[in-house]
Write a protein that binds this ligand. Structure first.
Ligand SMILES: O=C(O)CCC(=O)C(=O)O
Length: 264
């Protein structure tokens, strides 16, 4: 597969719809099983998330981002300013009330809880508002695949001590749930992991790539981007990665996964 990072955005003609701002709300769902603290955003910065998106928000065709190559083979790109601060805060705000304990793909029809993935997450509906649509478009243009190949965006939320131990994003042969997932649009070929808030050095929460001996620090608005498969479409185990435990505070991120075919 040929990597082609589209840096010229002049073709962007899409002007997204204006919409109402969204507000943070606490979720008291007992199914979330949080033992140590109340379900409350603990970082004061998140007070800022209220009403960050202006009613006249539109998708900026010249959205300025900068990509740098963190690792050449396999490709690992860091895309700074992939989303703006206002977009990041908006995503947190719309996702927060819907958060559930994260699950992993299982052999059954249902995904399951796992001790290796202790965070919360929620899937946003496809193009559910102007911001979500704009970010889907941005990712789709960078990776050079149609919007239909993208899975719905997934917002993840880690609190103190939570992590996602190293794993692959592709569906490996012989693994739980692989056949079921491959019927939904084929292999997962690429991942954007976008950081919705910045973590300090001592907070942990980096994205680790143990095989590459690399750690990516969460910086609000930046994205780590990599292909999960090799040029011939086969799994690339060098993409093993995880979310290191958060030592204090919170971490919010966004998964954008791209399939080889139309996702359904
Ligand atoms: O939290 C991270 O840094 C990585 C998350 C991740 O790998 C995932 O959600 O699949």
């Amino acid at each position: 597969m040929k990597f082609s990072l589209v840096m010229t955005l002049s073709a962007w003609l899409i002007v997204c719809q204006a919409h109402e701002p969204h507000y943070y709300a606490m979720n008291n769902d007992p199914a979330l099983v949080v033992q140590d603290e109340t379900l409350k955003a603990v970082d004061d910065d998140f007070e800022l998330m209220k009403g960050q998106i202006a009613e006249d928000y539109h998708c900026d065709p010249d959205h300025p981002y900068r990509a740098r190559m963190e690792n050449r083979d396999p490709h690992l790109m860091i895309i700074d300013n992939f989303i703006s601060q206002a977009e990041a805060l908006h995503l947190i705000a719309i996702a927060q009330p819907e958060m559930q304990r994260s699950k992993v793909v299982a052999d059954t029809d249902e995904n399951k809880l796992s001790t290796g993935r202790t965070s919360f997450n929620t899937f946003l509906s496809r193009s559910q508002d102007a911001v979500v649509h704009c970010i889907e478009q941005r990712a789709s243009r960078i990776v050079g695949k149609p919007l239909a190949n993208m899975e719905p965006l997934q917002v993840v939320w880690y609190r103190k001590g939570q992590e996602y131990q190293p794993h692959y994003d592709y569906f490996a042969q012989g693994y739980a749930g692989t056949d079921r997932e491959l019927k939904r649009g084929g292999q997962r070929i690429a991942t954007f992991f976008v950081y919705l808030n910045t973590l300090k050095e001592d907070q942990g929460g980096t994205t680790t790539f143990p095989t590459l001996n690399l750690n990516v620090k969460p910086v609000q608005g930046s994205a780590a981007f990599w292909y999960d498969v090799q040029v011939d479409g086969t799994d690339d185990p060098r993409t093993l990665h995880g979310g290191a435990p958060v030592h204090y505070g919170e971490k919010y991120g966004l998964n954008i996964w791209v399939r080889e075919g139309e996702f359904n």
